[in-house]
Design a protein around this ligand. Structure first.
Ligand SMILES: Cc1ncc(COP(=O)(O)O)c(C=O)c1O
Length: 403
């Protein structure tokens, strides 16, 4: 079977756009049975013709499969596609975004090492560092999101990784990637951006000098609320040990799952255009609404990081967080319950809109003081705009905000 990739044929002058990459990158020119799609290879193990073939594979590191925990053919294709979309050399896929974060941290950190985090982040990432990496002697320092001086001041000779999301979940703060990467360069510490909320359509952190980009592919990359996956993208040599540990930890995608991700990615640019347009339209509507106290959306001029976002991002995504004016937890819940089109549920980035009250969905186990320190308020609602029609989402919110 030819290993020639489809996009290897293009003239040097042609730089494929996002959608061309999303459809074709990573895919072989000639596929089994002349199919236009890649097959789902349901094999836990891969066989060799004879002992010499095993020896050749091991000595020459031939690019073929061996055992399902180390990879499968679909995974190679999607890793190639995601690396191309992100403008990176290499990608390592995992069975979830959290598996990707855990995989990277477990590869990079030893007992006594430290990481510095901007404090606005997905609560499970924070929990993993504070509760679990600490058991292995890793120290986590948190500093206020987008406080670059505080981040640099927190670096010492034991610091191994600087971590942030951009935009952050659920506050949508946008990190100035040039400043963030510059801290890493000045201090000699590697940097990681979780760009799940932005996607490579809206921002490409590697271009700013960030070392690793991470995505929960469960969100916009998969895009259909029907799979979990995660990916880390960066330089091939830096990712090699990450890939090796994944082979031991086993947090790999099944061939069926990877096919769903590949299929979801085909429409990536089309979906992102609609998510961006819906996010902007709904955020502008909420911003004007008398019952809304505050809207967190980087596409609004009132957003604290709008200028950075405008400079760095192509669009601002489908996720919006807002506060209901003078509402307690119950009154806020009544609005969530009154919405008809978005379903109540965690997650974001799928074609179906989702709505949730962070207090109820993710932060009930925390004390009111802890919630306040994370900027989680009782009257906060998080809305992930899907690809429905913006006018319908707005009409639905309009009736819900009347309750
Ligand atoms: C910003 C961000 N990073 C990582 C994750 C974890 O991804 P997964 O749910 O695929 O494990 C999430 C999940 O919500 C997230 O929002």
């Amino acid at each position: 079977m030819s290993r020639r990739l489809l996009l290897d044929n293009l003239p040097d002058s042609l730089r494929p756009g996002t959608s061309t990459l999303a459809v074709h990158a990573g895919e072989a020119h000639h596929k089994p049975a002349d199919g236009i799609t890649d097959p789902i290879v349901c094999a836990a193990t891969y066989t060799f013709d004879d002992t010499q073939a095993v020896l050749d594979f091991n000595r020459e590191k031939l690019p073929r499969e061996e055992y399902g925990r180390y990879g499968n053919p679909g995974e190679r294709v999607v890793e190639g596609k995601l690396a191309a979309l992100e403008g990176g050399q290499s990608a390592v896929l995992y069975a979830s975004g959290m598996a990707a974060i855990v995989g990277l941290l477990m590869t990079k950190l030893n007992s006594g090492d430290e990481v510095v985090f901007f404090d606005e982040c997905y609560h499970r990432s924070r929990e993993f560092c504070l509760k679990h990496m600490s058991r292995f002697g890793v120290v986590t320092r948190q500093v206020k999101a987008c406080d670059y001086d505080a981040m640099e001041a927190a670096v010492n000779s034991r610091t191994k990784l600087l971590i942030s999301e951009s935009p952050t979940n659920p506050h949508l703060s946008v990190v100035d990637l040039e400043r963030f990467a510059a801290i890493g360069r000045r201090t000699g510490v590697e940097t990681l951006i979780d760009a799940t909320l932005a996607t490579p359509y809206n921002v490409q952190p590697l271009g700013y000098g960030v070392d690793y980009v991470l995505h929960s592919a469960t969100k916009y990359l998969g895009g259909h609320n029907d799979l979990l996956a995660g990916v880390i993208i960066g330089a091939a040599d830096k990712l090699e040990p990450v890939r090796k540990l994944r082979g031991i930890m086993g947090g790999i995608n099944s061939p069926h799952n990877i096919y769903l991700l590949q299929r979801g990615l085909k429409t990536f640019e089309l979906r992102m255009e609609r998510h961006n347009a819906n996010g902007q339209a709904v955020a502008e509507y909420l911003d004007r609404h008398p019952r809304v106290e505050r809207v967190y959306y980087p596409g609004l001029p009132s957003h604290r990081y709008h200028e950075v976002a405008k400079r760095q991002m192509r669009g601002f995504g489908g996720l919006i967080t807002f506060l209901v004016k003078d509402a307690n937890a119950e009154q806020t819940a009544a609005i969530v319950d009154a919405v008809r089109i978005p379903r109540i549920g965690p997650s974001l980035g799928g074609v179906e809109s989702l709505i949730e009250q962070p207090l109820v969905m993710s932060y009930l186990d925390y004390s009111p003081e802890q919630r306040l320190s994370f900027g989680i308020y009782d009257n906060m609602i998080r809305l992930s705009c899907g690809i429905e029609n913006a006018a319908d989402l707005i009409a639905d919110l309009d009736q819900a905000l009347k309750v």
